[in-house]
Write a protein that binds this ligand. Sequence first.
Ligand code: NAD
Length: 487
Amino acid sequence: MNTSYQLFIDGVWREGSDGTKVPVIDPATEEAFAEVSWGTPEDANLALAAAEKAFAEGGEWSTWSPTRRGRFLFAVAALVRQNIAELSALFSREHGKPPHQASGELEDAARYLEYFGGWADKLTGMTIDLGRGQMDYVLREPLGVTVHIAPWNYPLDIFCRSIAPALAAGNTCVVKPSREISVVTLALARLFQEAGLPAGVLNIIPGSGSVLGKVLTEDPRVRGIIFTGSVATGRTVLQAAARNITPVVSMELGGKAPSLVFVKDATELDGPVGGAVGALAWNAGQSCGQRARWYVRRDLYEPFLERLAPRVRNLKVGPATQPGVDLGPLVSKKHYDNVMNYIRIGIEEGARLIAGGGRPEGLGEKGYFVAPTVFADCHNGMRIVREEIFGPVITVIPVDSLDEAVDLANDNMFGLSSEIWTSDVTTAHSVASRLDVGHVTINGSAAFGFEVPFGGVKLSGLGREGGPEAILAYTRLKNVWVNLSRK
Ligand code: NAD
């Protein structure tokens, strides 16, 4: 164990109040390589008090102009890029992501900082004409203390996509990273300190979700909650927020994205097949937007599977330290067991295994590695089609018509991402309008991020992150009426 990470509260790095430290496990070796201090309710209270003090009038943060806040976020983005090699090595070790994916996520984190940094001095209120003798104006103000609860799958991307707009709009933040992945978030927070953020504006406390989460979401000092994670925890957070009617800025939950393959003929299958390979390889399938349900027109179905199978079998699974790895290990033993269990369920449900189906060969017994797995001949009644597996597993389903595909795509509790592959422009746009989701891509999966609103409907959550609407949600409106006729 060579490195110890601490909590960041009120501008100071410190141990948790009861001295508890937990090992940080490398998911490729199952060995601890560092330890991290674990926050307690007392620490959560300290962090909230620090954030409240930092937000108050007269503190240094209240003297920063919007322009200065924006420049600050640009400065942190530049530091992220300067430190990208070191941070991505730590990230790969803690998470298991191959280096190109770890550094890609750090670049995304930097882009969030820049995008919302650019917004800091562009927020405006308005005036309303109520007639002569009176004036009415609307102030746009920050919310105050905001609490950010993050998952483990894209910890840095999700950290920056919410703290960047929060800070740009003048709020202060208390962040609880996921219990699985927290040290890389702490390492990133050092750069905020290095760039000169006043004490208490950003506080980070790793620790148990249920213990810290309860304190952070039930406290009346909190004026905004930003949550990304599972539906089950999302429900708990909504109930906690109800206690003080705390605004929930966004709640980004799970997904089970459909991809509809309706290209002209088999000669146009390269795009969708590449998309399916990416759904398995990128982040080892641990993505809320993973295209997990592939509805393929029946004449394209077998050609699609024939092209997909060899490409999936060629994916290289292994530790992130090995060159050329496409998929690293899953994040934790608990998650590995969960994904393996779904693979067993898929086999029991009678799906046809086209590739994968368990541990990859040649990697020994250590490490949470799962072979990328494709199940064919699936149907919407199967659990592997209905539920979020959140790993390198996809399901493929033949369909006879576009109407059937749209109905089956919408027949799911989630409504986050979706995708259609077609060269027919009318089909593309009519399907986009009929899908009951927050996000549709046409002929590719890449386009979402900083500049566009991202979020879901149904059990996928509420609110949007990214784009101009996102930063507005980190502000509140105050209306002021003035009597101009008073002598
Ligand atoms: P999770 O719900 O287990 O944990 C999320 C966070 O909540 C963690 O920090 C956890 O410690 C904390 N937490 C746990 N109990 C809590 C409580 N009682 N009160 C408050 N906080 C509590 O989710 P996870 O396993 O970390 O993440 C995976 C899930 O996140 C998947 O469902 C995935 O789809 C979803 N996700 C969604 C998006 C999106 O943008 N829609 C992005 C990434 C991940």
